[in-house]
Ligand binder design. Structure first.
Ligand code: NCD
Length: 309
């Protein structure tokens, strides 16, 4: 994530302003601007919220997915990007299975490219919407963030850290606002090498100990599509790391429960917790629209250098 704390604050502020704006006025902000959604991996929340956010600002959108385009015929990312530009696209929202793809596409097309998830690397707009959700509950929706805004707040991120771009973007963002991030998971999904991953970040293998000290618990799905032969005993995994109603009531009865989705009920989280009163999962989804409006406004109305998130 290339944003500094000030930039994060501006996006949060615009997200709130745009959400409150009269839809008929909001519609003019990016009226008739062309935004291409280029998705090489499946997505429900991210794709739909980018699309609805773009449309709320009056932009025209088009979706290009790897399963119904010339990507299937072997066209490169660069050529697909240049084709979209030739068709009049003024910005590209990209989800790709390779780390750094958004940067590469921006270099080759010279268009603003918003990273909607690149491989196991980053998912910046997800971290921003997670932050907005946390601030709504713990800081009365504050948008004027500083390096101290989240001091005293401990956030446990539990599950498949190794494959998670959501974890990576949150690890980059939350400590910059003063939060402590505790990573939790078995060695297979959180290798030793990640120890000392950065300032404000620590590893705790004992999920219950991590829960006990957390105000926010962010659960992650096991990314079966990226496991590549890695063996994991799922019964053992659930016994140690599943977020159950019993654990939550005993160890963190007031903590916020977050999950970027898709949730796998009965695996990393029980259905009762996902649907329970501490769950902010659907609020996260809603916050995605406001954050993505602000990010796309910034991408299209500022300089190319200022556009990257
Ligand atoms: C995540 C992703 O695609 O990185 N989902 C999301 O965008 N909300 C997490 C996942 O796939 O498990």
């Amino acid at each position: 994530m290339d944003l500094n704390v000030e930039g994060v604050g501006r996006i949060l502020e615009r997200a709130t302003a745009l959400e409150k704006e009269d839809p008929l006025k909001r519609d003019h902000i990016l009226a008739k601007r062309r935004i291409a959604l280029l998705f090489y991996e499946s997505s429900t929340r991210t794709r739909t919220s980018f699309e609805l956010a773009a449309k709320s600002l009056g932009a025209d959108t088009t979706l290009v997915s790897n399963l119904s385009s010339s990507i299937e015929k072997g066209e490169t990312l660069k050529d697909t990007g240049l084709t979209l530009r030739a068709l009049g696209a003024e910005a590209i929202i990209l989800r790709h299975n390779s780390s750094g793809a958004a940067w590469l596409l921006e270099e080759s097309t010279r268009l603003p490219v918003v990273n909607a998830g690149d491989g196991m690397h980053e998912h910046p707009t997800q971290a921003l919407l997670d932050l907005r959700t946390i601030l709504a509950h713990l800081r009365q929706g504050a948008t004027n963030v500083t390096p101290e805004t989240l001091s005293g707040v401990t956030i446990t991120i539990a599950g498949d850290i190794l494959h998670s771009r959501v974890a990576r973007s949150n690890m980059l963002l939350l400590p910059r606002l003063g939060a402590k991030v505790v990573l939790c998971g078995p060695k297979e999904l959180l290798p030793e090498i990640a120890t000392g991953a950065g300032p404000g970040i620590e590893i705790e293998r004992d999920f219950e100990a991590a829960m006990r000290r957390s105000q926010v618990i962010m659960m992650l799905r096991i990314q079966a599509e990226r496991l590549a032969g890695l063996q994991l005993d799922l019964q053992e995994y659930k016994a140690s790391y599943q977020l159950t109603g019993q654990r939550l009531a005993a160890l963190a009865p007031t903590a916020l429960v977050l999950h970027p989705g898709p949730i796998i009920r009965g695996m990393e989280i029980t259905a009762g917790v996902a649907d329970g009163s501490q769950s902010c999962i659907l609020e996260q989804v809603t916050n995605g629209v406001a954050i993505r409006m602000a990010v796309m406004e910034r991408a299209l109305l500022s300089t190319p250098q200022g556009a990257r998130v």
